[in-house]
Design a protein around this ligand. Structure first.
Ligand code: 5AD
Length: 455
């Protein structure tokens, strides 16, 4: 049996794609391994959103090419976003046999079969290599297979891919070019997948897509003022046994009154919303082509907090977008102070090929980006630590996902607001919705004690 090792870079969508490819390969008789040393095939599922992510995968491939000198039959491949945007160009990296783009993941088993067979046929005069970065109608429905509980443990949470692509064209972002145009799966197909997951013991799903709030807007008409995305949330909410529903990643523009109302109406929709603001300056929001103003963003946060007072808000912010002045940056700082995010993912602007922002004048020096990024980090961490500290002494509900990485008796779960809680637990807690009393907290983790010991 041939062994395949898949290394994933980037977002949850990439994790989900890798998991689906793993499931397809298993179905074809391959074993999935966690160690590159006993692999016959190594696939890097890549990310292009910032240059750093691309450099990491390219560096990894250089190391793997060295390994291949001792193991000439090793099959090496790139999949995903960087494969899509660079295509053939990636064959210039030594050792690469396979390049598969974001709409063709489901062809990976065929391609691996062919490459393994070619390696066994040592008469081949020229190396046999495959590049496939074509578009494929219907590919949004191909990410559906799951591997649950790889090491025999029950898996409690799962990702479900509901759509692919993005038509927003934010001026900094490469995603429309790597993931293609918006394409959504039908509601019934998604509901079926969620039902199957429940039957296998899953208690929480995260609905995934590059821009989930645009779900179905081309194919599913509005019903009683409700967008296709809200109709989908309602349909998933009906599935018996699915205790918690989350989604990512949305666009702030997608938080219409129907979605705000869904937070009131759907108790199993977790009280957490990720609203990537990117900047607090109206001038920059315009240059970024975000389609909302600072005021409008703050109004949405206000509406969500009215709908669910305990809602946690997380965000993404870019520092050092071309032309960002100190005044623009101050606007972002003041917005962060106003909102007091529960979690913030902070990025230095990275120039991406094909994007309008890459050609804008006034690209900023790395020192400026770094300084602003560090300032925001200190500020947002401060708020996060304060908020977490406020939870000390309170009892919150967590869904227990499994053993903490540190092992021993440590288990971990997540609050409905998406905060991680570590506690001394037991196998019988896995999959339980458990009240825990928070004993202490830092910026990343809460530590708790099960409030009911005989559960
Ligand atoms: N540079 C820096 N950050 C970026 N992001 C997207 N494109 C870029 C870029 N060119 C960030 C945005 C987005 C998150 C997923 O990545 O904040 O919300």
């Amino acid at each position: 049996m041939k062994h395949v090792y898949i290394k994933t870079y980037g977002c949850q969508m990439n994790e989900r794609d890798s998991e689906a490819v793993a499931a397809m390969l298993r179905g074809r008789g391959y074993a999935i391994t966690n160690s590159e040393n006993d692999a016959d095939v190594i696939l890097l599922n890549t990310c292009s959103v910032r240059d750093m992510a691309e450099q990491k995968a390219l560096g990894k491939m250089t190391m793997l090419a060295q390994l291949k000198r001792q193991k000439p039959d090793l099959v090496l491949g790139f999949m995903g976003c960087m494969a899509q945007s660079r295509g053939n160009e990636l064959l210039q990296n030594p050792g690469v046999d396979l390049v598969v783009g974001t709409q063709r993941f489901h062809h990976v088993p065929d391609y691996i079969d062919q490459l393994v067979a070619a390696k066994e046929n040592h008469d081949l005069m020229v190396p046999f290599r495959i590049v496939d970065v074509a578009d494929e109608p219907g590919s949004e429905s191909t990410i559906r297979d799951h591997v649950l509980g790889t090491n025999g443990d029950r898996q409690v949470t799962a990702y479900v891919s509901i759509m692919q692509g993005c038509d927003m064209y934010c001026s900094f972002c490469i995603v429309p070019y790597t993931r293609g145009t918006e394409r959504s799966r039908p509601i019934n197909e998604i509901v079926n997948e969620v039902q199957q997951l429940v039957a296998q013991g899953v208690k929480e799903v995260t609905l995934l897509g590059q821009i989930v709030t645009s779900y179905g807007r081309k194919t599913i008409p509005k019903k009683s003022g409700k967008s296709a995305f809200v109709q989908l949330l309602e349909a998933v909410h009906e599935v018996k046994g699915m205790e918690r529903i989350r989604f990512t990643s949305p666009h702030p523009k997608g938080f219409g009154d129907d979605l705000v109302q869904a937070y009131r109406d759907l108790p199993r929709l977790c009280e957490h919303a990720h609203l990537p603001v990117q900047s607090g300056s109206d001038r920059l929001l315009k240059a970024m082509n975000r389609g909302y103003s600072r005021d409008w963003y703050l109004r949405i946060i206000g509406k969500l907090r009215d709908a669910r007072p305990d809602i946690a808000i997380s965000t993404d912010i870019i520092s050092g977008f071309p032309g960002e002045t100190e005044e623009d940056f101050e606007q972002t700082v003041s917005l962060a102070r106003d909102v007091r995010f529960d979690q913030a993912y902070l990025f230095k602007y990275s120039k991406r090929r094909d994007t309008p922002a890459a050609d804008m004048p006034e690209q900023l020096d790395d020192e400026v980006k770094e300084r602003r990024n560090q300032l925001l980090l200190a500020l947002t961490n401060d708020f996060i630590a304060q908020r977490n500290q406020q939870l000390v002494g309170q009892t919150v509900e967590i869904l227990v996902e499994g053993r903490s990485e540190k092992g021993g008796k440590r288990f971990f779960g997540r609050t409905r607001t998406n905060k991680i809680v570590v506690f001394d637990g037991d196998e019988r807690h896995r999959g339980a919705l458990l009240p825990v009393r928070i004993d202490r907290a830092n910026t990343t983790t809460l530590y708790g004690d099960p409030a009911i010991h005989n559960l």
